[in-house]
Design a protein around this ligand. Structure first.
Ligand SMILES: Cc1ncc(COP(=O)(O)O)c(C=O)c1O
Length: 420
C-alpha cells in the first residue's frame, strides 16, 4: 500500500470502541445523530478518566507521587493536543469550554485595543464566536459583521474583503458552521486578515470531528475547539501562537505562574477530563493506525484517520441528501451539490413544511433517532435565514460512527412523519 493510501473505514471496528452505541430506546437501537452538540466517547476515554481517579488524583506540582503523575499526564495531554493542532505543546491551553476560553481571551486582547478599533465577526458563526467580541463594544470597539450568500450559506468573501481595513484588529471566523456545515476557507481569510495587520481567531469546534486541523498550514493566530465534539470529554482547548500567548496578558491570580501556557489556565483545571482529552486524541490516532499501518507517528496516524473518515462521512451525506430530496416539503439549507462537498461537512439542517422542528425531533427521538432542533446558538444565521421565530431548524449531524442503515432509518421515519 503506498504511504498516503488509507484503507476504507472499518465501521464495525469503530462502533465496537464506543460502548454507548449499544444503547436501546424502547427496544430499538439508539441512532446518535446529535454529534454537533457532543459526540459519544470511546472506551479508552472512559478508562483514562477512571484511571486518573484511581492512580493520579491530586492537584499539580506537589512533592508526592500522585501529584507527579497528574503533572506528567497533563504534559502528555498537551503533547497529544499539539499533535492534534500541529503546534508546540507550549501553545496548547486547556479550559472549561470554548465559550469560556473565548470570553477570557477576548478580554485579554482588549487590553491592547482602543475605541474605534474594529473586530470582524460573521453571520455564519456560533454566538460563542460573536458575543465575546461584541462584549468589547463597551470599550468603544466597533464590530463589523460579514454576511453570507443566502443561496448556499457560504461566507460572502467579497463582503469580508470590503470590510477589512487598517482599523481591523481581529478577524473571528468559524472553521465550519454548526448549522449548515459550510467549511470556510480559513487559510485564505487568514491571509486577508494578516495583510491588514489583524489577528486571525478561528472557532474550529464544529470542524474538529470532520477534518484534520493544521494550525501551521492555516497560519492562524488562535484556534479553539472542544474535545467533547471530537469523542472526548466536556472541555475546551485553545491553540495560540507562542508569541501571542507571551505578549498578551492573561487575567490571573498573582501566585500562579506567569509562564505560558499555564498562565492562561486559571484555577484548578478539571484534571480528570484532561486525562480524557489525551485518550480522545489517541483514539483518533488509533483509528488512523487501524486504517494505515504505515503511519509513523501520532500526527501521521491522525492524518490517516481523517483520510478514512472524510470520504466515509461524504457517502453518508450523499445518501442522506438524496433521500431527503424524495420527501415532499423538505428544504435543506446550505450546499447540496455533491461536486461541492469539499466545502461542507456532514451536518445537515432542514425544515419540513411548516412543522415545528421540535415536533419532528421529538417524533424521531421517540423512535430512538437523536437529532437536534433550534438555533444551536448560531443566532445570527438563524435570524438571517428567517427561521428564528419559527423554532429554527432540524439538525442531523453525522460522524464516522454513524451508518448507512441509520440514515435509512431516519429517512423512513421522516417519511412517516410527513405522511408519505
Ligand atoms: C461552532 C461552535 N462554536 C462554539 C461552540 C461552543 O462550544 P462550547 O460548548 O465548548 O463552549 C459550539 C457548541 O455547540 C459550536 O458548535
Amino acid at each position: 500500500m503506498p504511504e498516503t493510501e488509507t484503507r476504507k473505514l472499518d465501521v464495525a471496528w469503530v462502533r465496537a470502541q464506543f460502548p454507548s452505541l449499544q444503547l436501546q430506546v424502547q427496544g430499538r437501537p439508539a441512532a446518535f445523530m446529535d454529534g454537533p452538540a457532543g459526540t459519544q466517547v470511546p472506551r479508552q476515554v472512559i478508562q483514562a478518566i477512571e484511571n486518573y481517579f484511581v492512580s493520579a488524583n491530586a492537584n499539580t506540582c506537589g512533592a508526592f507521587e500522585t501529584s507527579r503523575r497528574n503533572d506528567s499526564m497533563i504534559a502528555a495531554t498537551r503533547i497529544a493536543m499539539a499533535d492534534f493542532f500541529n503546534c508546540h505543546p507550549s501553545e496548547v491551553v486547556f479550559g472549561q469550554n470554548m465559550t469560556t476560553i473565548t470570553f477570557a481571551l477576548a478580554r485579554a486582547i482588549a487590553r491592547e485595543l482602543k475605541a474605534g478599533d474594529e473586530i470582524m465577526v460573521t453571520t455564519l458563526d456560533h454566538d460563542a464566536n460573536v458575543a465575546p467580541w461584541r462584549a468589547l463594544e463597551e470599550k468603544g470597539v466597533v464590530i463589523r459583521q460579514v454576511d453570507i450568500r443566502e443561496e448556499d450559506c457560504t461566507l460572502d468573501l467579497e463582503d469580508l474583503q470590503g470590510r477589512i481595513t487598517p482599523k481591523t484588529k481581529v478577524v473571528a471566523v468559524g472553521y465550519a458552521s454548526n448549522i449548515v456545515g459550510t467549511i470556510n476557507p480559513i487559510a485564505e481569510i487568514t491571509k486577508l486578515a494578516h495583510a491588514a495587520g489583524a489577528l486571525m481567531f478561528v472557532d474550529a469546534v464544529h470542524y474538529a470531528p470532520h477534518g484534520l486541523i493544521d494550525v501551521k498550514a492555516l497560519d492562524c493566530d488562535f484556534l479553539v475547539c472542544s474535545p467533547y465534539k471530537f469523542f472526548g470529554p466536556h472541555m475546551g482547548t485553545l491553540y495560540g501562537k507562542r508569541a501571542h500567548l507571551q505578549r498578551f496578558k492573561s487575567y490571573k491570580v498573582r501566585p500562579a505562574t506567569d509562564a505560558i501556557p499555564d498562565c492562561w489556565e486559571t484555577g484548578t483545571q478539571v484534571q480528570e477530563l484532561i486525562a480524557g482529552i489525551g485518550a480522545a486524541v489517541d483514539y483518533i490516532a488509533g483509528l488512523g493506525g487501524h486504517c494505515d499501518v504505515t503511519a509513523k507517528n501520532r500526527r501521521e496516524a491522525l492524518h490517516a484517520a481523517y483520510r478514512a473518515t472524510v470520504p466515509y462521512e461524504r457517502t453518508l451525506l450523499t445518501r442522506l441528501l438524496e433521500g431527503l430530496q424524495t420527501i415532499r416539503g423538505v428544504k435543506v439549507y446550505g450546499i447540496i451539490e455533491p461536486r461541492r462537498f469539499g466545502e461542507r461537512c456532514s451536518t445537515i439542517s432542514l425544515r419540513l413544511g411548516e412543522h415545528h422542528p421540535t415536533q419532528i425531533a421529538k417524533f424521531l427521538g421517540d423512535r430512538g433517532i437523536f437529532t437536534w432542533d433550534g438555533n444551536f446558538y448560531a443566532l445570527n444565521l438563524s435570524e438571517r435565514l428567517g427561521v428564528e421565530s419559527k423554532g429554527g431548524v432540524l439538525r442531523i449531524g453525522l460522524v464516522h460512527y454513524n451508518t448507512a442503515e441509520e440514515v435509512d432509518r431516519l429517512l423512513s421515519a421522516l417519511q412517516e412523519f410527513a405522511g408519505q
